[in-house]
Design a protein around this ligand. Structure first.
Ligand code: HEM
Length: 587
């Protein structure tokens, strides 16, 4: 690779020579070309000489990798073509990057104290996130926030105590899907999942939930969150070309400032309501929310109001879309793989029976857990682990020297799709986790969708508890089928890795019934008529036009709840061969 780059620089020199440009312009152009053709690109060429190590990578300013909808895929392609999957250097404008697509170097980065900081992009700074846990520099302030939230928001006891709340939100989600099916004949899942997830975080953090996103405070919240995602997820040129910053070409700073004002009013009001409650004598108990906890902090742990707003606001951000997006992908997979869907439902039916599933059941539902793991593997909400790390000092990764100030990323999507680590990596196969138990919590870097090391996601147990319970509740209540326009698995990487086209599906046992009746009528010989009776369970009678003497009675309801659609049909066909046509009946 280096050779071809050297050739490019040499041919440019020849060209300049022939063009007989003035020596100064020629020198400037050559210097520019050399900078541009340097492995890793412009920012690496400009780094201190000892930092110009031999990390392979594309020359130039690989802006396109980040401005498209699938940076994780583009970076993998580049890493492979430069034979740099363990570590690749690249530049985005003047920002120096390395990216690891290998578990060994990923582990070194994520666990190293040299990478315990995060780079703060302009939008995060403007939105005051540098005062929140996710972007706060590694140090006492960050440690304090981490300690408080681990003890009061993310502790196993706290998560268990919120089980009933999670279930109530899950039940509301089920009734929302039912209402959508009734009114529209299909359900667009994204809004339902997002609303459930938002309500869950709002309940845990602020002790508040909403019935509907339709109006008033809820619709203000929805707007604030949506605008925040758009700003944090957007590619901002000023982050990488500092001389553009004052121009605010994309209006990011202006929009951030407008948003921060509204967030301060919104979150500030909720904090005041909690203060009033406290001064009115309603003391915080174990079920108090996170705002109560923050207000109760004493001495050096105490947070200023502005910091409290940042901390609380960040929780809404981090906790909402990750869980909703994970579930949307998992449901898309259920729709596309009815056999896996029906296996999961059978597991739920046999372990839980007809009572509603609860948190306590999840431990006995291994297949359900495999589905969530496989969804995290194939569709990690943060394919580049959401927000990167920053080298605070010169540090070695593998045999390479990474200079201080370099932004380091882990391409978890690439690792989770590496065929040397995962057999048939592009196949959705939850069973792989029955063959080999792989933890998703950060100890095994083949699959670390929540990151690892000091800055591993503190909300992972909360996120998983919600994802497991809500998927189980949805599968217990509905059969999911594709809507007429099908399922499109195209991805779009914004702040998280979303489905480009929101998942719309048909849900409900009656959908299965309709499909089964349609199939029966297609498969039965033309001489048979079909009668449906609901007296002793749902029955279909197939009667010859000649005589009603010996109808074939099929217990459709029983078949539907026990078997998958295809199993039901084949068991029916096996039951009485003279009723069935070789070919589907023409209507
Ligand atoms: C499926 C769900 C989730 C996924 C996939 C996810 C993923 C991640 C990832 C990849 C990181 C970066 C880790 C690293 O740098 O090593 C992170 C950090 C973080 N997550 Fe999550 N997350 C999820 C749910 C949540 C929830 C529910 C919350 C809180 C309500 C949360 C709060 C945070 C915070 C505060 C950080 C920053 C931690 C720090 O920098 O110290 N996450 N998450």
């Amino acid at each position: 690779m280096t050779t071809s780059l050297e050739m490019d620089a040499a041919s440019l020199f020849l060209f300049l020579h022939r063009a007989a440009l003035s020596p100064i312009i020629g020198f400037a152009l050559i210097a520019f070309a050399v900078l541009f053709f340097f492995p890793g690109g412009l920012s690496w060429a400009l780094s201190k000489p000892h930092g110009r190590s031999s990390i392979p990578g594309p020359p130039g300013v690989a802006v396109s990798a980040f401005s498209g909808p699938s940076a994780h895929r583009e970076l993998l392609t580049l890493s492979r073509s430069f034979k740099a999957t363990d570590l690749m250097a690249f530049s985005v404008g003047f920002t120096r990057f390395v990216v690891s697509s290998h578990p060994n170097t990923a582990k070194e980065i994520l666990y190293s104290s040299a990478f315990a900081d995060r780079p703060v992009k302009e939008s995060a700074y403007e939105l005051l996130f540098h005062r929140a846990m996710g972007f706060a520099p590694f140090g006492d302030y960050w440690r304090n926030l981490r300690r408080i939230s681990s003890a009061y928001l993310f502790s196993p006891r706290r998560i268990a105590s919120l089980g009933e709340q999670r279930r109530a939100i899950g039940n509301k989600m089920v009734s929302d899907v039912r209402a959508l099916m009734k009114n529209h004949g299909e359900a667009e899942m994204r809004r339902v999942l997002h609303f459930a997830s938002l309500n869950n975080v709002m309940m845990s953090v602020f002790g508040k939930s909403y019935d509907d996103l339709g109006d008033g405070e809820a619709s203000e919240l929805e707007w604030l969150v949506k605008e925040g995602y758009a700003l944090l997820g957007a590619f901002n040129w000023s982050d990488h070309f500092p001389f553009l910053r004052w121009l605010d070409l994309q209006g990011v700073r202006r929009r951030c400032r407008r948003l921060v004002k509204r967030v301060n009013v919104f979150v500030g009001r909720l904090i005041e309501q909690h203060r009033d409650k406290k001064t009115n004598g309603k003391e915080m108990d174990d079920a108090g929310d996170f705002v109560d906890v923050l207000l109760g902090l004493e001495a050096e742990e105490k947070l200023a109001d502005a910091d409290m707003v940042a901390v609380l606001w960040e929780m809404i951000f981090r906790g909402t879309d990750t869980v909703a997006i994970l579930l949307e992908w998992a449901l898309a997979r259920m729709v596309l793989h009815p056999d896996i869907q029906s296996k999961a439902r059978q597991e739920i039916d046999s372990v839980v029976g007809s009572r509603p599933v609860s948190d306590a059941d999840v431990g006995s539902l291994p297949y359900l857990q495999f589905i969530i793991k496989e969804s995290l593997r194939m569709h990690p909400p943060g394919p580049l682990l959401s927000w990167a790390r920053l080298a605070t000092r010169d540090v070695h990764v593998g045999s390479h020297l990474v200079p201080a100030g370099t932004t380091a990323m882990v391409n978890m999507w690439a690792i989770a799709h590496d065929e040397s680590l995962w057999p048939d990596p592009h196949e959705f196969r939850p069973e792989r986790f029955a063959e080999e138990d792989v933890s998703v919590l950060g100890s095994d870097l083949r699959l670390a969708p929540f990151g690892a090391g000091r800055r591993v996601c503190p909300g992972k147990a909360m996120g998983l508890a919600s994802a497991h319970l809500w998927l189980a509740l949805l599968l217990q209540n509905f059969d999911f089928f594709p809507a007429p326009r099908g399922v499109d698995l195209s991805e779009c990487l914004k702040m998280s890795l979303e489905m480009q086209k929101p998942l719309t599906c048909m849900a409900g046992l009656w959908v299965r019934l309709m499909l089964m009746l349609a199939a029966l009528s297609m498969l039965a010989k033309p001489s048979y008529r079909m009668l449906i009776s609901a007296g002793n369970g749902l029955m279909v009678k197939l009667i010859t036009s000649a005589s009603d003497d010996s109808p074939l009675e099929i217990p459709v309801g029983g078949l539907m709840s026990q078997y998958s659609f295809s199993e039901s049909l084949s068991s029916l066909k096996g039951g009485c061969s003279d009723v069935w046509n070789g070919n589907p009946k023409q209507h």
